[in-house]
Ligand binder design. Structure first.
Ligand SMILES: [Zn+2]
Length: 266
């Protein structure tokens, strides 16, 4: 495929997004100011939409990764963003004076790689130390990665692709997603979207783990979160919690037993 064919393919992807009605979400995400200091923070909106389609928040050219002390993993596929082809022309201005002007005459494709497909020096938006219980996620067969944003959430769990993506360094955010994963191991596939009972189970589990592993954490957010979901299911916060408390116990067991198994071995 030559350069202009590649560029056309990139444009085609943006058009497909429009057709599928997904452009508002892509644009909303693309316009969130991302981490300063990463190259894509300076990209055009259309290139950031392409980055969003590629399911990453940090894509860079091969040599830019090298400069950042990271290696692109073997077999990783690049995706393309668009760079302008410019040409300097001479134009006559209103006063009859000749001036030089740079115009865009087309686009070329620039191959870039996703942060998720690289290894090496820590990324600026990764925490210095991983959250407690990160090894339980590993034992569940899940990858844990950080992005500069994760859609409109602080994090999410994707059972199908076996991963947890976090846009917060707060351990409780990780615990919440880990709880969804443990819940799914017990009950089988969870329903998509924000189902009140599932959210209350995840957040109560996360709040409990936060008490155990980082007692200094502020749990005010948990209360408001659970309350909002209790209201959605037309229950008082007490009733909503009581209805799921047994499941929360099972989810905690699923997570903490994995931790114990590991400590026994160590
Ligand atoms: Zn959740």
């Amino acid at each position: 495929m030559n350069d202009s064919e590649k560029a056309k393919e990139c444009l085609g992807r943006i058009v497909d997004l429009f057709k599928a009605g997904n452009i508002p979400k892509a644009l909303a995400v693309a316009t969130i100011p991302s981490q300063p200091g990463i190259p894509s923070a300076k990209w055009s909106i259309s290139n950031r939409v392409l980055q969003f389609i590629a399911d990453t928040s940090d894509a860079r050219e091969f040599r830019q990764w090298q400069k950042a002390g990271r290696k692109v993993s073997k077999g990783s596929k690049a995706f393309c963003i668009l760079g302008p082809n410019t040409k300097a022309i001479n134009e006559t201005d209103d006063n009859g004076k000749e001036v030089k002007k740079v115009i865009v005459i087309g686009f070329h494709a620039i191959p870039v790689f996703r942060a998720e497909d690289t290894d090496g020096e820590p990324l600026p938006y990764e925490p210095a130390t991983p959250p407690p219980l990160v090894d339980v996620a590993e034992q569940f067969g899940l990858s844990v990665s950080y992005q500069t944003f994760a859609s409109k959430y602080y994090g999410y769990y994707q059972g199908g692709s076996k991963r947890i993506v976090l846009a917060s360094h707060e351990p409780k955010v990780f615990f919440h997603e880990l709880a969804h994963a443990a819940h799914e191991r017990i009950e089988g596939k969870l329903k998509g979207g924000q189902v009140p009972s599932q959210e209350i189970i995840a957040e109560l589990t996360a709040a409990t783990l936060a008490q155990m592993y980082c007692p200094e954490a502020n749990l005010g957010f948990s209360y408001d979160y659970v309350k909002s979901y209790a209201e959605k299911s037309k229950k008082t916060i007490e009733r909503a919690c009581l209805a799921v408390i047994n499941t929360v116990g099972l989810v905690l067991d699923e997570i903490l037993n994995k931790q114990l198994v590991k400590e026994d071995v160590a």
